[in-house]
Write a protein that binds this ligand. Structure first.
Ligand code: FE2
Ligand code: FE2
Length: 175
């Protein structure tokens, strides 16, 4: 993974990026989530002979926004890809190609919202704009989906194990 760390080291060692450790995201923190997604994106990019550097950099910056998704409109489910792309340009001078990968990483959610527009009618769903336009963009979008599912499940399973442990403990001490 030396090549991976060579690509991301200037990003993950910056104070702006390290501050994401304080942001809760999928029951974990945004820093860990971004490293997981970028590592998976890196591996898939290698296997599929894609643009490894662009995929990895976009993967590690795809949720590069500060605070929670409910803190402000710019951080919402549909807007945070654009906010992250702007921040990534500001702090790490990303290319237009990398910016497009970041902007379309929430296509799964955009597609879902286009099917059910009544969920939040005040937000504009941009299905054509939100669709990944390259192999690299699909890699980051699908890696994000897979990692988010893993993180959700992991913590749900942990929660269930905790509940069972309390139940068993309660069962034994009340016998
Ligand atoms: Fe996201
Ligand atoms: Fe994400």
């Amino acid at each position: 993974m030396k090549e991976y760390y060579d690509i991301v080291s200037n990003i993950i060692t910056s104070n702006e990026f390290k501050s994401l450790k304080n942001d809760t995201h999928h029951n974990t923190n945004k820093y860990d989530h971004l490293l997981r997604v970028s590592k998976l994106s890196y591996k898939i990019a290698k296997i599929t002979k894609s643009d490894v550097k662009a995929t990895t950099r976009a993967g590690v910056l795809h949720d590069f926004f500060f605070g929670g998704r409910k803190d402000c409109q710019a951080n919402s489910y549909l807007n945070h890809p654009y906010t992250s792309a702007n921040n990534a340009k500001k702090y790490f001078d990303i290319t237009d190609f990398e910016s497009d990968i970041i902007k379309t990483h929430m296509f799964h959610h955009t597609f879902f919202r286009s099917l059910f527009p009544f969920i939040n009618p005040t937000e504009k769903v941009r299905i054509k704009e939100g669709k990944p336009k390259s192999k690299e963009a699909w890699i980051v979008c699908l890696s994000d989906l897979a990692v988010s599912a893993y993180e959700g499940l992991r913590y749900n399973v942990g929660g269930k194990v905790g509940l069972y442990a309390i139940f068993l403990f309660n069962f034994f001490i009340t016998r």
